[in-house]
Design a protein around this ligand. Sequence first.
Ligand code: ADP
Ligand code: MG
Ligand code: MG
Length: 252
Amino acid sequence: MLSINNLHASVEGKSILKGLSLEVKAGEIHAIMGPNGSGKSTLSQVLAGRQDYTVTDGSVQWLEQDLLAMPIEERARSGLFLAFQYPIEIPGVSNAYFLRAAVNAARRHQGLPELDAMDFIQRAKAEMKAVGMREEFLYRSLNEGFSGGEKKRNEVLQMILLEPKLAILDETDSGLDIDALKVVADGVNRMRSPDRSMIVITHYQRLLDYIVPDYVHVLAGGRIVRSGGRELALELEQQGYGWVTQADKRQP
Ligand code: ADP
Ligand code: MG
Ligand code: MG
């Protein structure tokens, strides 16, 4: 589904990703952990196609296409969901309007009929209940005046409504409380399916108490230095990242 090969990327002339490789197959959940500043968010920004991030080497295959050559909107329409894609506040554009436009763009891409306003509102309301959002949020301007937790719920709502093939969640918000964490985890767990994959980027082991990943990877110094099963996350919690990143430095 997603195949990242020897990816190198830099920001403002500074090299951040230094040969990152990762293979994600349909149905798998991968957790990427790693110390602060190791390049986790840079990886998601590069996959999202943010302008200030320059790929200097390597390749990314997505559904048999060259992801790095795809226009940003095309990445989203083809079923790649990045949780922080729409953190912007847009006064005057309601959450409902924005969400329906995004959902219908994805549906057109898949050759599905568009949802009319009534169908969409009905579906959205049912899902909002599940993520603990009040209906009034449909009619508020996108993200305007949303608290951190409300933005997070809205993000999960977007993911659920968009039904992506691959969702990448970068849990950068250190202020995330346990309720918001559970909303994210419940959303991910409900979306789990044999033909959908997820990459959960986090430095919080506790998120992985709720989302059980198939694979855990440690990103350090711009590369994946260790991969394993969920037990790796538990080891990291007990021992910190030092033993992994130290071991990596001894390698030639
Ligand atoms: P992580 O998400 O693992 O904490 P980041 O990918 O955010 O790490 O950052 C990796 C490194 O890249 C850090 O040294 C950070 O300062 C630098 N960096 C990230 N984004 C930018 C940017 N837009 N401009 C300059 N430096 C950046
Ligand atoms: Mg960081
Ligand atoms: Mg980060």
